[in-house]
Ligand binder design. Structure first.
Ligand code: KG4
Ligand code: ZN
Length: 341
């Protein structure tokens, strides 16, 4: 089954053709980063307009790269939740209209389920159940994937997502948007022990975490230094921050491994591209003797290939959208967005 998939939940307009959930026939990602970088973050209205301008071109390129005519696809999928609502509506309505015009099924896909499915593309033999750490710009959660469309949330952030914290700290350091890759690069030459940063524990919820205290600590540190006229070492602060994020995420994941007895662990989402997190996860996996599945960097950030992969399993589970299918700014990973109103 060959699915044409579309992703437009944030600042990437993407389209892909995926075969049987596992094989990438084409994948095109058109990013708006340069536009939003001018404003230091994503401007939702500009993102929506950008998707409208790009979606036809990107879809045509994905079909051409796959060597396919649009009539040859078996279904059309699009991210319908969660994300920026105006941005989501562009891809969702375009995908829905195209599906119905072609007389093919329309498959709505949950963006975070898609991030997890990136691992199916990278590891053809991977199948549920497995434990996942999701760390993206909008979400940070520990999720047990019991089956392709069955998820248990074990813990998550109480405030900011990991990627959001990276982006805020990057702003404080004045290194621009998006923060994650820039902080990662700066940190390569930094001393992670130079600045002491907190790990906020949530009382009675050992698998939950918080990034707002960490973010505030970095902001305060930078402001105090500025007031005293003391220079801060950006690479040391970046390294200390990366270490603090790793120290927040990895021990909780290890705890979840112990608690669930999971033998397979996936890390997904934009922050899964972080070199320090990847190294710490490799170490944890070796120490705990669990198999670790880390998608390549090209599949960690937003793309439509992961949406096409998850769409295949949604289709097999009967999760097909009607002409009334809507898009939603928020939706739990466990929710069936076909039935959401
Ligand atoms: O998953 P994603 O592409 O979009 C959402 O669904 O949110 O994640 C984007 C986030 C951004 O906050 C970005 O700064 C972060 O992922 N990110 C990174 C790295 N690359 C991207 N964070 C830390 N280290 C990186 N190398
Ligand atoms: Zn994403």
């Amino acid at each position: 089954m060959r699915i044409l998939s579309i992703e437009s939940s944030c600042d990437e307009t993407a389209a892909a053709v995926i075969e049987d959930g596992r094989k990438i026939l084409s994948s095109v990602v058109d990013t708006q980063i340069d536009t939003h970088a001018l404003y230091g973050g994503v401007v939702p209205e500009i993102a929506s307009r950008g998707h409208m301008e790009a979606v036809v071109r990107v879809t045509e390129r994905a079909l051409a790269d796959a060597g396919m005519d649009k009539h040859a696809v078996d279904a059309v999928a699009a991210t319908c939740a969660p994300g920026l609502i105006g941005a989501l509506l562009v891809g969702a309505n375009f995908g829905k209209a195209l599906a119905f015009a072609l007389g093919k099924p329309f498959i709505p896909v949950h963006h975070i389920r898609g991030h997890i499915a990136a691992a199916y593309l990278a590891y053809p033999d991977l199948a549920p159940p497995f434990l996942t750490l999701i760390a993206s710009g909008g979400h940070s959660e520990l999720v047990m994937v019991r089956d392709y469309t069955v998820f248990d949330i074990l813990g998550g952030t109480r405030d900011d997502a990991a990627g959001e914290a990276f982006d805020k700290v990057a702003r404080v350091l004045g290194v621009g948007y998006p923060g994650g890759p820039k902080i990662d690069k700066l940190a390569q030459t930094g001393d992670p022990g130079r600045y002491k940063l907190p790990d906020s524990q949530i009382k009675d919820a050992p698998l939950d975490f918080s990034f707002s205290g960490l973010k505030t600590a970095v902001i305060n540190l930078a402001h105090n230094a500025a007031q005293k006229g003391e220079p801060i070492a950006p690479n040391d602060l970046a390294a200390s921050f990366c270490a603090a994020v790793v120290q927040t995420l990895v021990p909780r994941l290890a705890r979840a491994v112990e608690q669930t007895g999971a033998r397979r662990v996936v890390c997904a989402g934009g922050v899964a591209a972080n070199s320090f997190l990847r190294a710490a996860l490799e170490k944890m996996a070796a120490r705990m003797d669990v198999s670790l599945y880390l998608p390549p960097l090209s599949l960690c950030g937003d793309n439509a290939a992961m949406i096409g992969s998850q769409a295949y399993y949604e289709y097999l589970a009967g999760n097909v959208g009607t002409a009334l299918q809507n898009a939603f700014a928020t939706a739990d990973i466990g929710e069936n967005i076909c039935q959401k109103h």
